[in-house]
Design a protein around this ligand. Structure first.
Ligand SMILES: *Cc1c(COP(=O)(O)O)cnc(C)c1O
Length: 372
């Protein structure tokens, strides 16, 4: 996992380092799987679902095929679809918007707060119409959205508050974990996420048992759990593989330690980055898990060129807000100045749990040199 041409550089993400130390457990899981032969929805899935619900402080978890499906299945299970509007921030990974459209609903884009780049609760309140059915709050970059303020808007208007927690496994706000703050949360376990599988995987987390049951039925071809040949719902196939669940169970035990490593790395960045390169604000009651180390610079392109020249990996999450993406142009209503301005200034620096101080120093020195 190294950046092309980076002799002594720092990669954007060292996935081999993230997965180091799990070999024995993963090999044991493979052997167990070949013995019992339940490759989809086996005992590993049931165990991980219990462990992850527990970890999030919620009652139920349903393993699904990926994070995009998790969000779509939540909306469908809530009965949100054709004719409904779902409010979402413009600066998210496009998957959040895909899920709304796949459920048949209409995305209504809103702007974000300038310091944290998280969903702006007053913008959400202003976007509510008689057709609004739900809000998807994205816990962007690993910091939770202001779910208290958003929850008040949701309750006032009778809307479902759904969390997109794909970047926020283990994040907390005022003691509440991502996954336990709304009607339901969608998680992704894509390999690069804070809790990553060995392929695609996802989960729905909720404390609403009826909602969890509906998600499970839809994700398993609309089957009646008491009569597998009866399909009383029009479903689809979005299930969690046993091998992914086994990998996730092993890695879940190290998630808090891994997240603490990310927090330490972010503190080091905050201390060593040049002033022309600002880290985002954190809500004082928030415990983010820094899925990404996103900083802002008025001269982002010069910074990026300097990092590349120094063999430092970087990325931009995301260079074009969703309301300006061609695929979603029909849903664009207003310009969203905060999200649009941020898109031109943000850059994601190398971040993984065991990134070393030396590596962070190298990134910060290259940044200082680029912006001097
Ligand atoms: C990764 C991600 C998703 C989608 O997850 P997949 O498992 O790749 O489908 C959704 N929303 C956000 C914010 C993400 O970062």
């Amino acid at each position: 996992m190294s950046v092309v041409g980076a002799a002594a550089g720092v990669p954007f993400l060292d996935l081999a380092a993230v997965n180091r130390g799990f070999r024995r457990e993963h090999e044991r899981a493979w052997r167990a799987l070949m013995d019992h032969g339940c490759f989809v929805g086996g005992p590993e899935v049931e165990r991980f679902e219990e462990e992850f619900a527990d970890y999030c402080g919620a009652a139920r978890c349903v393993g699904v095929a990926n994070g995009t499906d998790a969000l779509e299945l939540i909306l469908r299970a809530l009965g949100i679809g054709r004719g409904d509007e779902v409010i979402v921030q413009a600066n998210t990974f496009v998957a959040t918007v895909e899920a709304i459209c796949a459920a048949g609903a209409v995305p209504v884009f809103v702007d974000v707060l300038p310091g944290t780049l998280q969903m702006d609760p007053s913008a959400v309140a202003a976007a509510v119409t008689p057709r609004t059915a739900g809000i998807i709050a994205v816990h962007l970059y690993g910091q939770m959205a202001d779910v208290d303020a958003l929850g008040r808007v949701a309750r006032r208007h009778g809307l479902a508050l759904v969390e997109d927690a794909a970047q926020a496994h283990g994040a907390r706000l005022r003691g509440v974990r991502a996954g336990a703050a709304g009607a339901a949360a969608g998680f992704s376990f894509y390999p690069g996420k804070n809790l990553g599988a060995f392929g695609d995987a996802g989960a729905v987390v909720t404390s609403d048992a009826a909602l969890a049951d509906r998600v499970r039925r839809i994700a398993d071809h609309g089957r009646d759990p008491d009569d597998r040949r009866r399909h009383d719902l029009r479903g689809r196939n979005s299930r969690l593989d046993s091998i992914q669940a086994a990998v996730l169970s092993a890695k879940l035990r190290r998630l808090d330690e891994d997240n603490a490593g990310r927090v330490r790395a972010m503190e080091t960045y905050r201390r060593l980055l040049p002033p022309a390169c600002r880290v985002l604000d954190e809500h004082p009651d928030s415990h983010p898990v820094h899925h990404l180390a996103v900083v802002r610079s008025a001269d982002r392109d010069r910074l990026a060129a300097g990092l590349t020249a120094g063999g430092i990996g970087w990325s931009v999450h995301y260079p074009v807000p969703c309301h300006l993406q061609p695929a979603y142009a029909e849903f664009m209503r207003d310009r969203l100045p905060v999200a649009e301005e941020a898109a031109d200034e943000i850059i994601s620096l190398p971040m993984w749990p065991t990134i070393s101080d030396e590596e962070i120093v190298a990134v910060c020195e290259a940044a200082a040199e680029a912006l001097a």
